[in-house]
Design a protein around this ligand. Structure first.
Ligand SMILES: C[S@@+](CC[C@H](N)C(=O)[O-])C[C@H]1O[C@@H](n2cnc3c(N)ncnc32)[C@H](O)[C@@H]1O
Length: 229
């Protein structure tokens, strides 16, 4: 049985598969990479939650050549893919198996940056808020949390619109969505996205400042905030 967020039965098809089913996947990652205040040459410690096959991890380690990333995921098969991909970065990349918010983040005042992509929306509302509290605690003063994720619209017609947009995207990749899902054994039975507004409020409640959304394309958004100095 698949774990939340694995998406495909076989993790080796994740990289080509996710680009075919998540519109503007690279652009979402770009927004996550462009948003941190740190300069490229700074030596920063990053915690990545739900690293999957290490796509964003690779981009982070490349964008910040003096950084180190602790990449966490609860899926053995995703971590196996990530391990192969991240080998070239040596000890700058550390992979750990664990689940958030139960196991991570556990540190206090340790990370300059906490990032996540397409993973937090698997948690229910309460666990998202627990996670935001823990992330706040784990950051250094002035550190940032940035999340690129699926969001829910409170307006049903906008949910329909987002669904149609995804169907069109999959079609633009040469597939009918049903055929794609069947052929790639894709599904996500654990989705529980929250609205962007709720999450921005919860971030504020956790103590974050400068809480904001940076990028949005229909029901995908990049948002976050800063721990007070
Ligand atoms: C859709 S993938 C995204 C992977 C990667 N961040 C990306 O941008 O392609 C979601 C990942 O989050 C992991 N995940 C989901 N919920 C998790 C949790 N509560 N704890 C740890 N990992 C989780 C899944 O195993 C999966 O690898």
């Amino acid at each position: 049985m698949k774990k939340p967020g694995e998406v495909f039965a076989n993790a080796s098809v994740y990289d080509p598969g996710i680009e075919a089913i998540v519109p503007r996947y690279d652009e979402l990652h770009d927004a996550l990479l462009n948003a941190p205040p740190q300069d490229r040459d700074e030596s920063i410690r990053v915690l990545e939650l739900g690293a999957g096959t290490g796509e964003l991890t690779t981009k982070l380690l490349t964008r910040f050549p003096d950084s180190s990333v602790l990449a966490v995921d609860h899926s053995d098969q995703m971590l196996d893919e990530a391990e192969r991909k991240l080998e070239t970065f040596g000890d700058r990349a550390t992979l750990e198996r664990g689940a958030f918010p139960d196991d991570y983040p556990s540190a206090s005042g340790e990370y300059d940056l906490v990032v996540s992509s397409l993973a937090v929306h698997h948690l229910d509302e309460t666990r998202k808020q627990t996670l935001f509290d823990a992330i706040y605690e784990s950051l250094v003063p002035g550190g940032w949390f940035l999340n690129g994720d699926v969001i829910r619209f409170d307006a049903p017609h906008l949910e329909t619109l987002s669904g149609e947009m995804i169907e069109n995207w999959v079609r633009s990749k040469g597939w009918r969505e049903d055929d794609f899902m069947e052929e790639w054994e894709a599904s996500d039975d654990y989705d529980d996205p929250s609205s962007l507004t709720d999450q921005l409020v919860w971030l504020r409640d956790s103590g974050f400042e400068a809480v904001t959304s940076i990028w949005q394309y229909y029901n995908f958004a990049v948002y976050g905030g800063k721990k007070s100095e």
